[in-house]
Design a protein around this ligand. Sequence first.
Ligand code: MG
Ligand code: ZN
Length: 390
Amino acid sequence: MNKVLPLLIIAALIIVNCKAQESETISVNTKSTVKPEKLPLVNNGKIKNVILMIGDGTGLAQLSSGQLNVVGKEGLLHLQTLPVTGLVKTYSADNLITDSASGATAYSCGVKTDNGMIGQLPDGKACKTLLELAEAKGLSTGLVSTSGVTHATPASFGAHVPSRSMQAEIAAQFLNTGSEVILGGGQEYFIPHGQQGSRRTDDRNIISEFEALGYEYISTAEQLGSVSSDKLLGLFSISGMPSEGRSPTLAQMSKKAIDILSKDQDGFFLMIEASQIDWGGHDNDAQYVLREVKDYDDAVKEVIDFAVEDGETLVVLTADHETGGMTMQYSESDEELTIVWTTGSHTGIPIPMMAYGPHAIEFSGWWENTEVGIKIARLLGLKDFPVIIE
Ligand code: MG
Ligand code: ZN
């Protein structure tokens, strides 16, 4: 025992130490700087459309390392060309560190709730979401994500359940949203029990139920090119979409969503989530994060190209929380960067927000995540918000 105990302590110290020094070298682009023009501040005109983009788990280090890797130290990602920046406090009702359910509900409902809860207050009362209220006001709405569409972030805009794990129920509740476009992964919660890959325990085929409501259903990137309906359900993978060789990309899904929604003369509300920046953070996998930041930024380009052309679209980019406690440390050379992770979980560090379009200037400063949802509601002309169902 006398010999074993010191050995155990040494082993434990080694394990703890290894965890604390989880580091990885990534390459910095020193060959070709890309620096797109910065977008101008737009005068406070009319807002017809709002596009909210959420980079799940995206803090400053994720964005900055992405920039260094993709466009070099003097370059700019598209998401860095937006003229207004703010900082967002992310704590939830029951913890200083939020999860993606309460993090997204803060935006969708304008309320702080407990970790794990979707579109509900801690006491279980439902809150109306931006998407539901926009739909009720006659706008078109959409949800796009690279996770399963029933995953916590998109779920928080179209469902009300006490636990994010109730994804079969979330898929069914999506039928009630009236949302025109739902694109992402996650067939597993839409196909009936017994069908390969299904994670439902009942015989409901939610895809067929969407089709019965007039939706066109597609499952490949090729089909995305020949959509004729103005109500679209696209589920491109059984679970979350693959990170490598993703098809369609977040940019392609975003473009299609905008093409359909922008036909509505009354305007639209669209939430686009770059879901897997968070997953790369949980894995402490910098290459994964870089791929996902690039996929996100390509989608940002599609969005701002539309917004610049349209002139009546407010674009807000934010995150729900940071993941991984990612930071950047000294490297020997300019051509590489040392990434250090401090956790495999979420952190409580504030996250950056960027805005472009009419009234974007109002997104400057420090924010509660809930205040961002409330601000978007006001700008969409939704006067009563938050709305709690008693
Ligand atoms: Mg998410
Ligand atoms: Zn996470």
